[in-house]
Design a protein around this ligand. Structure first.
Ligand code: F6P
Length: 328
């Protein structure tokens, strides 16, 4: 079934930016124009929707953006959109521009906003998973994750050089308030000694005994990757405890921070974003609405917003176990 009522599509990015968002915007715009639809960009996420910050995107407006990090449409975490009044202003803006459907690119907060909006106003939305955290149910990977873990890996590789030279123990904090995907993949990719994840509690005592066993095996330096939201404390707090309880280790801390959010997207992220952006427009044309688009086992999938925001994508336990085995 096709939805011939859709003539004008708007696209926006919301929440934390993620490398590859521009490739997704390009794919949405180009696919829409290919199908003779008019496409509009909403600047600054839901805040821009409320303010009516909406302008036409032509073919060349999305040229030369594929390789750029960040988002040409800017982004925001809108407090006003969380209010009924804010959402009323947003629907008025969309109507004023005759927008028939929207493509929302972002994470859990973005999809929650779209879901609440859909319950109040009848306008088709589809969501594209755009977050470095890779924590969205309904897709194997989110746009930006691959670039973020490669950035983190390169940073940790550099820290490794100095850790090795000085025989030091480094606690390296990566992003992920609620999700350990970045931390786990970075830990495996850099051969870290240990990883602290938000999904499980590690004991610092256990870490210290493992480090002491490794020291007896002549392991002279150690890298411990810490997800910012892990339950045992951030990198600073963990390092403080270890300095007190195991002063024999020369302990240092490094927080990679927002470096992980920027930079030119990897090819994997560009391809993922292109596929998802193309699929979003095809989905709207074929009458789909209120779903998040994902790719699972290389196939495009459609997950109801309510499932995408309430169900969790569990970390692969086998990877966690393997990371520990390979770090002995
Ligand atoms: O959701 C992406 C993310 O980068 C998280 O990993 C991190 O906890 C958060 O955003 C940081 O958000 P902000 O840039 O608003 O401080």
């Amino acid at each position: 079934m096709t939805n011939n009522n859709i003539k004008r599509i708007a696209v926006f990015t919301s929440g934390g930016d993620a490398p590859g968002m521009n490739a997704a915007i390009r794919a949405v715009a180009r696919t829409a124009i290919y199908h003779d639809l008019h496409v509009y960009g909403i600047a600054n996420g839901y805040d821009g929707m409320i303010r009516g910050d909406i302008s036409r995107l032509e073919l060349r407006d999305v040229g030369n953006i594929m390789q750029r990090g960040g988002t040409i449409l800017k982004t925001a975490r809108s407090k006003e959109f969380m209010t009924v009044e804010g959402r009323l202003k947003a629907i008025e803006s969309l109507k004023a521009h005759d927008i028939d459907a929207c493509v929302a690119i972002g994470g859990n907060g973005t999809f929650t906003g779209a879901s609440v909006f859909n319950a109040e106003h009848d306008i088709p939305f589809v969501g594209l998973p755009g977050t470095i955290d890779n924590d969205l149910f309904g897709t194997d990977y989110t746009i930006g994750f691959d670039t973020a873990i490669n950035t983190a890996m390169e940073a940790v590789d550099k820290i490794r050089d100095t850790a090795d030279s000085h025989n030091r123990l480094f606690f390296i904090e990566v992003m992920g308030r609620h999700s350990g995907y970045i931390a786990l993949h970075t830990a495996i990719g850099t051969g870290a000694s240990n990883v602290f994840l938000p999904e499980m509690t590690n004991s610092v005592e256990d870490l210290i005994s493992e480090l002491r066993i490794s020291a007896k095996r002549h392991k002279l330096f150690n890298l411990v990757i810490v997800a910012e939201g892990n339950l045992s404390g951030n990198a600073d707090e963990l390092a403080k405890i270890v300095k007190e309880k195991a002063p024999e280790f020369d302990t240092k801390v490094s927080v990679i921070g927002h470096l992980q959010r920027g930079g030119s997207p990897t090819c994997a992220d560009r391809v993922l974003a292109s596929r998802l952006g193309h699929a979003a427009v095809e989905a709207l044309i074929h009458g789909k609405k209120n779903v998040a688009i994902g790719i699972v086992n290389d196939h495009i999938t459609y997950t109801k917003f309510e499932d995408a925001i309430t169900k969790t994508k569990a970390l692969n336990k086998e990877l966690i176990d393997m990371a520990h085995i390979l770090a002995i």
